[in-house]
Design a protein around this ligand. Structure first.
Ligand SMILES: [Zn+2]
Ligand SMILES: [Zn+2]
Length: 365
């Protein structure tokens, strides 16, 4: 087995993206469909595939980095295995699924693309216009989908007579079926020289930036589908859809519960006991919150209308503020004296709540 890094022509520190790109280029170049008169292309393609299977899998890559090819021998160390098991490869459609896989884009038939749209907590509450840059397969800009190199002669495909489709008879079926012509790959024409950018496929990876309108109050884990923003797998085929999975980054202070915002606000012992006012951040800015006298730790105060906007009706959720009573860490001598006096004054050997608890305990025994 040759060094997979050498096979793909990448350095040992190559990023995932660089590995994918190298694989994609080599896979197009050596795909057996394009090299029917060169039997060694099949072996080369298998080798490229096997190298990519190792380097695209972080576990297998780590095993190779550590143990070399020994990690992939039967019964070898590491036990990663499976490197020589690349299965069968089919026609044109399979190379595209190879390519799509090489881009890390989860796809199903029809060029469906899934991407994650990352939002901040505030963006998910207020809504946002988000720019999303991604790569998709679309009509090759160099040959405009014709697959021909600039200035190349374009002849009608002899195999399909320019129809781009071939009829074939399936045993047991009374009718002839059709499939894209493999000679011209469905285009109906054969250029004298292939477009160097797309290697004649008529489609190539393109960068695309779209602006996504995120509605206020969108829920994390929900998804939105943008029609026609996915891959165009063949030049004359409509593109698939782009599915955006909404991911919301955690907020250091807020949490979401339904349409309510939860947070915890520290108050001093004095504020909790005597009542007072604290400034609380909300999604709409800072507001003053009245702390009632004798507020207990864990008490929850409600700020109306400062939550997430309701999606299906007007209005918004609330902000629920949990009171957390802070015990001072550094006390001056005078503060200690005052607190001891306070303790005596409150009869702290048995404060009210504890006294009743003690009494209840006594009743039990
Ligand atoms: Zn092209
Ligand atoms: Zn043809």
């Amino acid at each position: 087995m040759r060094d997979p890094y050498e096979i793909l022509g990448v350095g040992r520190s190559a990023t995932e993206a660089e590995i994918k790109l190298a694989f994609r280029k080599l896979a197009i170049l050596h795909h057996p469909d394009r090299n029917q008169d060169a039997p060694e292309a099949q072996a080369r393609f298998k080798e490229i595939n096997a190298a990519y299977q190792i380097l695209s899998d972080p576990q297998k890559r780590a095993a190779y980095d550590r143990f070399g090819e020994a990690a992939f021998r039967p019964g070898g160390v590491g036990g990663a295995g499976g490197a020589s098991d690349f299965g069968d490869f089919g026609g044109l459609d399979s190379i595209f699924s190879d390519l799509l896989g090489a881009f890390g884009l989860r796809t199903s038939e029809g060029g469906h693309v899934k991407k994650t749209l990352e939002l901040t907590f505030e963006e998910s509450a207020r809504g946002a216009k988000k720019e999303l840059a991604y790569e998709r397969i679309d009509v090759c800009g160099d040959c405009h989908g014709r697959g021909a190199a600039p200035g190349a002669r374009v002849d009608t495909c002899a195999a399909c007579g320019g129809r781009g489709r071939m009829r074939y008879q399936q045993a047991f079926l009374p009718i002839a079926l059709e499939r894209p012509c493999t000679t011209c790959r469905g285009t109906g024409s054969i250029p004298s020289a292939r477009c160097p950018r797309c290697d004649g496929a008529g489609v190539a990876t393109t960068s695309r930036t779209i602006t996504v309108d995120v509605p206020a109050g969108i829920e994390p884990g929900s998804s939105r589908t943008l029609n026609g923003e996915g891959h165009r797998l063949k030049p004359h085929q409509p593109p698939g859809d782009l599915e955006l999975l909404i991911d919301v980054a955690p907020h250091p202070f807020f949490r979401r519960s339904g349409d309510d915002v939860l947070c915890r606000v520290p108050v001093t012992f004095t504020q909790a006991a005597l009542g007072g006012e604290v400034v609380v951040p909300t999604l709409g800015g800072k507001v003053k919150l009245k702390i009632p006298a004798s507020s207990q730790p864990g008490a929850v105060l409600r700020i109306r209308g400062q939550g997430f906007p309701h999606r299906l009706r007007s209005g918004a959720g609330d902000q629920l503020v949990e009171i957390s009573v802070e015990v001072p860490e550094h006390l001056t001598d005078r503060a200690k004296t005052l607190l001891r006096e306070l303790g005596d004054e409150l009869g702290e050997d048995a404060p009210a709540e504890r006294r009743s608890l003690l009494e209840k305990l006594k009743e039990l025994f």
